[in-house]
Design a protein. Structure first.
Length: 177
């Protein structure tokens, strides 16, 4: 009889040890985290963990946020630093983004295609960057949040010698610092 009680007790203890409930840490106000102990659990705690997932997408105010939600570049005509209608529309979106992210400073880069001398393209890139900065200042963006720099033809997006490549390379790009 004694052995029967001992065996039954051991079986009962081993069965009780097979399932451990999820531990919840945190305050009584509902802020806490579920801790997975690595043992078998029901699906309810898993649903609770899934409902607290971190939001997906780029971090607010990052370069990825700018590129994904607004756009980081405008394009120019050949031998021009004049902002056309589509560039103005993009810069207005960028200005709104900068106003939503007041702690962000940016570089405004000017680029040119491969045609022309190095010196000419550096000067053209600087005029393009300045035109962008000046328009953003006119849209109430503080000038101390922006610095300009020109790369001329030194950093092409598309290195081919073709019209499609040249169109992509004549650009101004906003880069989060």
């Amino acid at each position: 009889m004694r052995w029967k009680l001992l065996v039954i007790s051991l079986v009962g203890l081993s069965l009780a040890a097979c399932e451990t409930p999820t531990e919840v840490t945190g305050s009584a106000s509902g802020k806490g985290t579920a801790v997975n102990t690595g043992r078998s659990q029901s699906s309810a705690p898993q649903a609770m963990i899934a409902s607290r997932a971190v939001p997906m997408g780029p971090r607010r105010g990052s370069q990825e946020d700018l590129v994904t939600n607004v756009g980081d570049r405008v394009f120019f005509a050949l031998d021009s630093f004049e902002l056309e209608a589509d560039a103005l529309a993009m810069l207005e979106k960028q200005a709104a983004w900068l106003k939503q992210n007041p702690g962000i400073s940016v570089w405004v880069e000017g680029h040119a295609d491969e045609r022309g001398t190095r010196e000419y393209n550096l000067a053209l890139g600087e005029r393009r960057a300045s035109a962008i900065r000046d328009y953003l200042v006119a849209l109430d963006i503080q000038p101390n949040r922006m610095q300009t720099r020109s790369y001329g033809m030194e950093r092409p997006v598309d290195p081919r010698s073709a019209k499609e490549a040249w169109d992509k390379n004549r650009r101004g790009v906003m880069v989060v610092r």
